[in-house]
Design a protein around this ligand. Structure first.
Ligand SMILES: Nc1ncnc2c1ncn2[C@@H]1O[C@H](COP(=O)(O)OP(=O)(O)OP(=O)(O)O)[C@@H](O)[C@H]1O
Length: 649
């Protein structure tokens, strides 16, 4: 175990130069309050507020005693003393309606509280864990949802006895099903988002990810559902009390008032007015508020990462790749790594016999077109393969520790502590609803027992290290208040939280403005220099590789096709694919010359070609190239590697 480090000696003081955060947009916050600004919403919001005030201050607000009968005033019409008349026992209808707000709100809050508690916990668990846990929860939900809420309440009352609490417990259990379904659906979508991957990469525990990362992000749909459920609960409470199985004689319920009004309506026709209006307006207000909140909250943050890829057919190539002996001082050694996805019998091989080596303090570039398997390689190293994909064979050793086959808990200790990860889109990698300070402190405390103050100090130090100006003040800011470049610096700071030996950067500059890209790359170079870290840099850009990397591995169709020192590979490429990639690079000063491209595209994983996978696009391919798989030999996977082949533009 690493000792807790409260500081990085000699580093924090060296602030990496950065451009000022000029484009840090201050996006408007507080979507619920924006929704309340609409006139259609102000009225119901004001009405709900009045109901709440009545419920809380009933003894002081009610003009008369709502409980003591006064037969002198029996069934009086509305007048100066009793504004809304009296009931059959001479009690003031207005005062009873004011006290009735207590019962209505208490019952609604009770049932919605129970619904939220059980529903959200189950939904989080089902959505996050998946598998049998999810299936069991969904079947339970189906059964529960087939029973009408009022029927279940009546059944529970017959077992547990009459009373509002028992009735609302039953209603709460029915509500739990809706909350569970909503939570599960949102969690299923949220868990595919980058900030959840980022939290897993940092080594946060499943509980922390569910409750601290995902839950605040699904608050919107839950608030909307809670608001609508409050109205429904109120209606059910009124209905049960109307039937005489809800509120008892010590409680005043609008439903019970309505039942009394029904009995004496022929004598006093205005009796139903007060309870009827109270029920209708309160339920309507809750529903209108729910609608407004839905409009304000739900469209937010809908961008989702594409999560699944169809894998319709089998295409597994078996080949033996001779492995080079490990480099001296190798930190990461990946050997013969194959990853497969899909149903048994219909699997495709996403990675085939991938071998890589990375020395301590070295930067290894992983290049190739989109779909070649670069991100899949990083995911396999981190033990974070997408659902349905698995490591079929091979080994990943980090500083002598075999990572393939390690359990979840052991891997959690590796991620974040020994391997840090920087993603392509910094804004997607940071949770939008937490401050930068909290996200950094969480990353630091995921692996170290530090007090809040120590974690805070370390977080500021990390922000200074990555060149965020005015670091202490910016700890309170949210991700949207940072420009792309600054947000990426924050992501890098999170990745460095526990001094990892290896940093995996997956296209860390692709989502950034070109002027900012160079600054972030400079930062990575400086960090590598100062911290002696190894970096696996995934990129499309051979220019970046030339500037930053010591070694490079070129990937094509799930295989490494060429590997070696940057200078050697870029100056004298031996694989036609590497040569064509180099040829397709935009060159400064090319003076209007058209960019050359590589004809065709990378095939999908289920259709990797037979023989050399590049042969259908290769200008030098011969009949022999399509016969059998080509092994990686002396850093290149091409049967014509020893011939001198000119690039055909
Ligand atoms: N969840 C998945 N299930 C099945 N196949 C997948 C999945 N994700 C990716 N693939 C396939 O794996 C192969 C490698 O994809 P990968 O995302 O690693 O490529 P990449 O080189 O990182 O591309 P990019 O530069 O666009 O990120 C592709 O054929 C892709 O279609």
């Amino acid at each position: 175990m690493q000792a807790p480090t409260a500081s990085l000696p000699g580093i924090a003081s060296t602030v990496v130069a950065a451009a000022p955060d000029a484009d840090a947009a201050r996006a408007p916050r507080g979507a619920p309050w924006r929704a309340l600004a609409h006139p259609f919403v102000l009225l119901p919001a004001a009405f709900v507020l009045i109901v709440v005030i009545c419920a809380l201050g009933a003894p002081w607000i009610a003009p008369h005693d709502p409980f003591t009968p006064s037969l002198r005033h029996r069934l009086e019409a509305p007048g100066a003393t009793f504004w809304f008349g009296t009931d059959d026992l001479g009690r003031d209808m207005l005062s009873r309606a004011i006290f009735g707000a207590r019962t209505a709100l208490q019952a609604s809050l009770q049932s919605v509280g129970i619904g939220v508690l059980f529903g959200v916990s189950l939904g989080l668990l089902a959505g996050y864990a998946g598998g049998w846990c999810d299936r069991l929860a969904m079947r339970l939900a189906d059964v529960m949802q087939s029973i009408p809420a009022v029927l279940l309440a009546l059944a529970l009352i017959s077992v547990l006895g009459k009373g509002l609490t028992n009735a609302m417990l039953a209603v709460g259990l029915i509500f739990a099903v809706s909350f569970m379904r909503i939570t599960r659906a949102v969690v299923l979508a949220e868990r595919e988002r980058l900030y959840v991957d980022a939290a897993r990469v940092l080594g946060l525990r499943a509980g922390a990810i569910m409750f601290r990362q995902i839950l605040p992000n699904i608050a919107g749909p839950l608030i909307v559902q809670a608001s609508i459920s409050l109205g429904t609960a109120l209606l059910i409470e009124a209905m049960l009390s109307f039937l005489g199985v809800g509120a008892d004689s010590t409680q005043i319920s609008w439903g019970a008032m309505l039942e009394t009004a029904r009995q004496f309506q022929s004598e006093q026709p205005l009796l139903p007015l007060v309870p009827g209006l109270a029920i209708t307006l309160t339920v309507l207000s809750f529903n209108l508020l729910g609608d407004a909140l839905r409009d304000a909250l739900l469209p937010r943050g809908t961008a989702r990462r594409a999560s699944s890829v169809q894998v319709p057919a089998v295409r597994a190539v078996h080949e033996e790749t001779p492995l080079d002996p490990p480099l001296p001082d190798a930190l990461l050694v990946v050997r013969g790594l194959s990853v497969r996805a899909g149903r048994p019998g219909a699997e495709s091989e996403l990675l085939s016999q991938v071998s890589l080596q990375l020395r301590r303090g070295e930067v290894l570039g992983l290049v190739g077109e989109s779909g070649c398997g670069k991100s899949m390689t990083a995911a396999a190293i981190l033990g974070l393969l997408p659902a349905g994909a698995r490591i079929a064979s091979g080994s990943v050793r980090l500083g002598g520790t075999e990572l393939v086959g390690l359990g979840d808990e052991a891997l959690r200790h590796v991620r974040g502590r020994r391997i840090g990860m920087v993603f392509q889109d910094p804004n997607a990698a940071l949770s939008p609803v937490h401050t930068i300070g909290m996200q950094l402190r969480d990353a630091i405390r995921a692996h170290r027992r530090l007090s809040h103050a120590q974690a805070q100090a370390r977080a500021v130090e990390l922000l200074e290290l990555v060149g965020v100006p005015d670091a202490a003040r910016r700890m309170q800011d949210y991700p949207h208040q940072f420009s792309g470049g600054m947000a990426q610096r924050v992501v890098i700071a999170c990745a460095l939280a526990c001094d990892p030996e290896l940093l995996i950067a997956d296209e860390p500059t692709t989502a950034l403005d070109v002027t900012i890209q160079a600054q972030v790359l400079d930062l990575l170079a400086q960090l590598r220099e100062r911290l002696g870290m190894s970096i696996l840099l995934i990129t499309h850009d051979l220019g970046v590789v030339a500037d930053l990397c010591d070694r490079v591995a070129v990937m094509y169709a799930g295989q490494v096709v060429e590997e070696g020192p940057v200078q050697q590979v870029l100056s004298a490429p031996r694989h036609p694919y590497t040569a064509l990639l180099l040829h397709a690079m935009p060159r400064g000063g090319a003076g209007g010359a058209a960019l050359s491209t590589i004809a065709g595209r990378v095939p999908p994983a289920w259709a990797w070609p037979q023989g050399c996978r590049f042969h259908p696009r290769c200008p030098h391919a011969t009949a022999a190239c399509s016969v059998q798989p080509v092994a990686l030999a002396q850093g290149v996977r091409c049967i014509r590697a020893d011939e001198r082949l000119e690039v055909l533009a």
